[in-house]
Design a protein around this ligand. Structure first.
Ligand SMILES: [Zn+2]
Length: 119
């Protein structure tokens, strides 16, 4: 079973996001719901600069995404690479709503660690 290697799940509300992510930092997140004790991943994403703000944009995104998990990275590149790994680990899942492979931001020539895309 693939692992997200993230903290949570927490309820996807602004107060909980502020409680968990207290500084401006790049990082990763997953949105989903809980069945029994399993976190079902619906969407994975990243923030290159400000995880707290990016996550809040998803609060009203979908009514079925009630929980989030997250992890913090030191750099945007680390967040990109982790997002790629999460995408490949969970991309086979019928539940995942991500349609496209993660892409590097701006003019960055980062490589996906999980496939030849951008390699
Ligand atoms: Zn890839």
């Amino acid at each position: 079973m693939a692992s997200l290697s993230m903290d949570g799940p927490y309820v996807l509300v602004p107060d909980k996001i502020d409680e968990q992510i207290t500084s401006k930092t790049p990082g990763n997140f997953a949105l989903g719901y809980i069945v029994d004790t399993d976190f079902v991943v619906l969407y994975i994403g990243r923030a290159d600069e400000d995880l707290n703000t990016v996550l809040k944009d998803f609060v009203f995104w979908r009514s079925d995404c009630l929980f989030f998990k997250y992890s913090i990275t030191k750099t945007a590149k680390e967040a990109f690479e982790k997002e790629c790994i999460n995408y490949h680990d969970f991309g086979e899942s019928v539940n995942l709503r991500n349609i496209h492979h993660p892409e590097p931001s701006g003019q960055n020539h980062w490589k996906c660690p999980g496939c030849v895309k951008f390699g």
